[in-house]
Design a protein around this ligand. Structure first.
Ligand code: PMP
Length: 432
């Protein structure tokens, strides 16, 4: 008898499988629109100038060392991460005393952390451990939460025929879900569609979440990367904080894209507790919506949460990785580096936008490709949900060496002045 039960062999991860096929492809000219990582106009990875300066500053710092971080992470980084997340001093002051945070292994680690915490402490029977994610969503969402024992359900999001948000059906699902369900929301630059709710739609979504007393779990992986503005790209979070001030909110934050620190795994998770947990004098005994018991002492409860956060990190990482958090903290807090970073965000977001325009223009004007391609320009962030079918994507890869995921999601950051026309011509060929 074997020690193990039957272990099924799984197919390779679709994105990393795509990368392997591309590496094995011997054609000289290939276009990589697969992985969501920024490339410069020559198709190369880009180290942000702000990051280069921060690394230099650390190298010259005589107190720099490689000691362990505290369990909850680098305090300077974690605090700066929360400040940048809300991008508004008044909101930061409102929430800082009632937020429990931990440094995580980038956004994926933050989601896994949130799932671990919620799986233990959400006040639901095991059979009701449900999380709602958008249809479609980033592929990893489903497996992160399934691995943690959640039942993953979807809410309608993308309407393929109109290439717009399925707002009515989305609201219907929020309204029909059992009270206190977890809803995973992409705060900005929805992956894979590049389609975000408008400000009016966010109003409706968050009102519905509030009236059903659901638990919002925000995932923010593209702040500043989408529009070039940190403030603009955190609008939904501030609206959520304002509307749901009597309920807890959890936020998973990644610095992979906006600092270009992909492999350094820099991120954080934040649990903002209801206003009753604030030391702020205005916070009178407001009844909380979801958790905890109104009778519970707020300070005790907050400390209990912090201690459970530490237990999760201690047992999974012991303590989070130091280097990336130190670099990030410098960029976030040094005024000069911060100004350079805000410039870097504009450099990345505007180059991506110019590639959206170039692709749309080539398809529409130069090749007169059948169909309407305006959605490429309207979508935001790293990706475009092109609307290309699985067969068209396959033909793009096989005949032209243009690689994107089978869902038709293209990482626009992979386009540049040398390959955008080639890509448009290839798309034109496959859709005719
Ligand atoms: N959430 C979303 C929606 C993402 O697109 C990503 C990156 N692809 C992440 C989270 C997390 O990425 P990372 O773990 O590299 O920070």
């Amino acid at each position: 008898m074997s020690v193990f039960k039957k272990i099924n062999k799984l197919p390779p991860d679709s994105l990393f499988g795509l990368k392997a096929r591309m590496s094995a492809d011997t054609r000289k000219f290939k276009v990589d629109l697969g992985i969501g990582a920024y490339r410069d106009n020559s198709g190369k990875p880009w180290i942000l100038p702000s990051i280069k300066s921060a690394e230099k500053k650390l190298q010259e710092d005589p107190t720099f060392n490689h000691e362990y971080l505290p369990i909850a992470g680098n305090p300077k980084f974690v605090d700066a991460a929360l400040q940048v997340l809300v991008s508004d001093d008044a909101v930061y002051r409102q929430i800082k005393d009632r937020t429990v945070s931990a440094q995580t292994l980038s956004g994926t680690g933050a989601l896994h952390f949130a799932g671990t915490f919620l799986s233990r402490f959400i006040n639901k029977a095991p059979e009701d451990k449900i999380i709602y994610v958008s249809d479609p969503t980033w592929a990893n969402h489903k497996q992160i939460f399934e691995l943690l024992g959640f039942q993953v359900k979807t809410y309608p999001y993308w309407n393929p025929s109109t290439k717009s948000l399925n707002i009515n059906e989305m609201l219907q699902t929020i309204n029909n879900a059992s009270s206190g369900s977890i809803f995973l929301l992409h705060a900005v630059a929805h992956n894979p569609t590049g389609l975000d709710p408008t400000k009016e739609q966010w109003n409706l979504i968050l009102d519905a979440i509030k009236s059903k007393q659901h638990f919002p779990l925000f995932d923010i992986a593209y702040q500043g990367f989408a529009s070039g503005s940190l403030v603009e790209d955190s609008y939904s979070l501030r609206l959520g904080i304002q509307k749901l001030s009597n309920s807890p909110i959890m936020i998973c934050q990644s610095f992979a894209k906006n600092l270009g620190l992909y492999g350094e795994r820099v991120g954080a998770v934040h649990l903002i507790l209801p206003e009753i947990f604030s030391k702020h004098p205005a916070a009178t005994a407001v009844k909380t919506n979801v958790a905890p018991d109104a009778e519970e002492d707020p300070e005790e409860f907050k400390e209990a949460v912090a201690s459970q956060f530490k237990k999760i990190t201690r047992s999974e990482l012991s303590n989070p990785p130091a280097y990336g958090s130190k670099v990030a903290a410098e960029v976030l807090t040094d005024p000069q580096l911060r100004a350079q970073w805000e410039q870097d965000l504009k450099t990345m977001s505007s180059r991506i936008y110019s590639m959206r325009v170039a692709l749309r223009d080539a398809l529409t004007n130069k090749y007169k490709t059948p169909g309407n391609w305006d959605h490429i320009v309207k979508q935001i962030g790293m990706f475009s949900f092109t609307g290309l079918s699985k067969q068209e994507v396959q033909r793009l890869e096989e005949k032209h060496g243009v690689y994107l995921t089978s869902t038709g999601r293209a990482s626009v950051a992979g386009l540049n002045e040398n390959n955008v026309d080639f890509t448009a011509q290839a798309i034109d060929e496959v859709v005719r």
